[in-house]
Design a protein. Structure first.
Length: 166
């Protein structure tokens, strides 16, 4: 299965520090999906036009069934991921963000500041994940059953999952 992961971070994009969230997405996904995964990796600064263009390219041209973003979902002025995502979606699936906020709130009350969302563009599912590796490890496994179901509906295949997702 092809998966694109897009990290939004001004500092990681300029080399101030290494992207840790993108690799964490890969590690968690490898544990959750039973089939081989082929990765497309994108690292961008927090720039709405660049993210919109990348999401369109990954969905329309590269035809990645699953596109996972990390970072840029908070309330800071440079956090633009949900707005860029909504701008390119055909159908929004807000339940993904809702369950991540609910899960994370039990551990970190400030998790309610997240504005993460998800949705469909063509035959691709786009999901905004948290920007912290630990939060990715807590949230992504919760989403995997719904991701598999959504891919069945929009892309015509259901990826095999490990049992249970970990």
């Amino acid at each position: 299965m092809r998966i694109a992961r897009v990290t939004l971070s001004d500092r990681a994009a300029t080399g101030v520090y290494a992207d840790e969230s993108g690799p964490e997405i890969e590690q968690v996904a490898q544990r959750c999906f039973a089939e081989p995964l082929e990765w497309t990796r994108v690292l961008l600064p927090d720039d709405r036009a660049a993210l919109e263009a990348a999401l369109c390219r990954l969905a329309d041209e590269a035809q990645c069934p699953l596109i996972l973003t990390t970072g840029g979902t908070g309330p800071a002025p440079r956090d633009i991921t949900p707005e860029a995502t909504r701008a390119v979606l055909e159908k929004e699936l807000p339940g993904f963000g809702e369950i991540m906020r609910l899960q994370s709130y039990a551990k970190v009350p400030t998790a309610i500041l997240s504005r993460a969302t998800a949705g469909v563009r063509g035959r691709s599912l786009i999901v905004n994940l948290p920007g912290r590796p630990r939060a990715i490890g807590e949230c992504l496994p919760l989403l995997v059953p719904a991701i598999a179901e959504a891919l069945d509906h929009i892309a015509g295949f259901r990826p095999a999952l490990t049992s249970p997702p970990a």
